[in-house]
Design a protein around this ligand. Sequence first.
Ligand code: CAA
Length: 244
Amino acid sequence: MTGVALVTGGTGGIGSAICQTLCRDGYRVVTTYSNEAKARQWQDEQRELGFDFAIFPADVRNYEQCLRAVLDIEEVKGPIEVLVNCAGITRDKSIKKLTPEMWQQVIDVNLTGVFNFSSIVAKSMLGRGYGRIINISSINGRKGQFGQVNYAAAKAGIHGLTMSLAQELAPHGITVNTLAPGYVATEMVTQIPAEILERIVAQIPVGRLGQPQEIARAVSFLASRDAAFITGSELAINGGQHMY
Ligand code: CAA
């Protein structure tokens, strides 16, 4: 039996694939949004593809909005069994050009956002003694990347959060894991200047970008009851670009 899965950043490239896969797995899938027009358009597109996703407003940077969303989701849809923290942005610049604002925006969305939803949903999962939290990090949280001081710091921070929270929640039937995708064919990656992207793909032993579905299938497994003994881990899915 499956319940509610909340995917933050569900309207994004990887997020959409995760929503669709969890929906096929039988979850009632919900995502949150900060841009209503974009979210409504996404919801309509998904409906045309045969997926019925609920959307709730919440800027992941804002704890009060996240709390309101979780209360509303659980009241309307039921208890959240799976939380996937997938909301993320890039503001890539080398250090000479990286402004404090660009640093803060990325830390707020990519790291504080994970704290906000994880802490709120964890308290609710603790009351039920079951849950799955999956945090979407990045290859660049492990290896660093020219132009991503902000992003790599936030993504590395995610796994510290994962390992600590996993220790706290393990005795209560809740697992917490990090999934670290490499370069996946989404808008975030395809907007990298072509000649730079070409150099990046040349560093991927598998010889191509990943597909969103290849990330979503792993989320599906980590979310399942079969994954009960996996917690505090980081699963790298990067075509061999960085092995650890
Ligand atoms: N390595 C070494 N030197 C580099 C370099 C690199 N990768 N990239 C640029 N440089 C050099 C430039 O040639 C330039 O040298 P000169 O001053 O001698 O001309 C210098 O560094 C400064 O370059 P720019 O002025 O172009 O730097 P910038 O501040 O405008 O930043 C950039 C450029 C935006 C970072 C661009 O290099 C870029 O887009 N890189 C790709 C970053 C990347 O991989 N982002 C991942 C996005 S997808 C994602 O994040 C998903 C995920 O999880 C994987």
